[in-house]
Ligand binder design. Structure first.
Ligand SMILES: Cc1cc2nc3c(=O)[nH]c(=O)nc-3n(C[C@H](O)[C@H](O)[C@H](O)COP(=O)(O)O)c2cc1C
Length: 205
C-alpha cells in the first residue's frame, strides 16, 4: 500500500473477529519488516512475545483490565525491551571495522552502564518505534492492530516469563476486524502542533 494510504488506513482496532488464526509465517513476515526500525546505536532493544494460546490469553485478559480485544484478537504481540541491550554492543559491532568498534563500544558502555533511567528511556523509545513499524507492516499485509498500555506490567512480565532485564513496552493486538471502523477520533491540525525554529513560534493560520 502506498504510505499515504497506509498512514490514513491504520486505526486502533478493538473489535476483532474471534475466529481468525494468524500463522507463524504471517507473524514473522511482519516482525521481520518491523525489525528494520532504527534504534540508538543500532542496539535493537526490542524482543517480541507472540501469544496465541487461549489459556495464556485468558490470563493476559485479566492483567489487561479485561479489555476484550485480548481475547478476540488472533494474537497478542507483547513488544518488550532489553534493558541490558548495551551489553550486546560487542556482538552487534562484530562485523564493523576496528576504528568503528573502538569508537562505539566503549562509548555505548560509558553512556548506558551506570544510567538505569537512560536504559529504560532507550527501551521505551526503541519499543515505540518498532511498535509503530509493526502496526504499519501489519496493515500493509491486511491485518488490523491495536496498541495497548492498559496492562499490569508486573503480572504480564510474570505470566510471560520475562527475564529480569526484559520489560514489557507495549502490547499489540492483531487480527481481522469484525465491524466497520468508526470515524477517526480527534486529531490536532498540524498548525496547532508546529513551532518554527524554537518552541513558541507557532503560526496558527
Ligand atoms: C501507547 C498507547 C497506549 C494505548 N493503550 C490503549 C489501551 O490500553 N486500550 C485501548 O483500547 N487503546 C489504547 N490505545 C489506542 C489509542 O486509544 C488510539 O491510538 C487513539 O485513540 C487514536 O485512535 P487511532 O489509533 O484509531 O487513530 C493506545 C495507544 C497508544 C499509542
Amino acid at each position: 500500500m502506498e504510505f499515504k494510504n497506509l498512514a490514513k488506513a491504520r486505526r486502533t482496532e478493538r473489535n476483532f473477529d474471534a475466529g481468525i488464526d494468524i500463522s507463524d509465517v504471517d507473524v514473522k513476515a511482519i516482525l521481520q519488516l518491523a525489525s528494520y526500525s532504527p534504534s540508538a546505536f543500532n542496539l535493537q532493544h526490542w524482543r517480541f512475545v507472540v501469544t496465541r494460546d487461549e489459556s495464556v490469553k485468558s490470563d493476559l485478559f485479566a492483567y489487561c483490565y479485561f479489555q476484550k480485544q485480548i481475547i478476540e484478537c488472533s494474537a497478542v504481540i507483547t513488544v518488550c525491551g532489553n534493558l541490558s541491550a548495551y551489553l550486546e554492543a560487542q556482538l552487534i559491532y562484530e562485523d564493523q571495522p576496528s576504528e568503528v568498534k573502538n569508537k562505539f563500544i566503549p562509548m555505548i558502555n560509558t553512556i548506558y552502564s551506570s544510567d538505569p533511567e537512560l536504559q529504560r528511556d532507550e527501551v521505551m523509545r526503541s519499543g515505540g518505534l518498532v511498535s509503530m513499524s509493526i502496526m504499519y507492516a501489519a496493515k500493509n499485509e491486511g491485518w488490523s492492530t491495536g496498541p495497548m498500555i492498559g496492562f499490569d506490567p508486573k503480572k504480564v512480565s510474570l505470566r510471560l516469563n520475562l527475564e529480569e532485564n526484559i520489560i514489557p513496552v507495549m502490547m499489540l493486538t492483531i487480527g481481522k476486524p469484525k465491524t466497520a471502523k468508526e470515524e477517526r477520533p480527534h486529531r490536532y491540525r498540524v498548525e496547532e502542533l508546529l513551532h518554527y525554529e524554537t518552541y513558541g513560534n507557532a503560526n496558527l493560520n
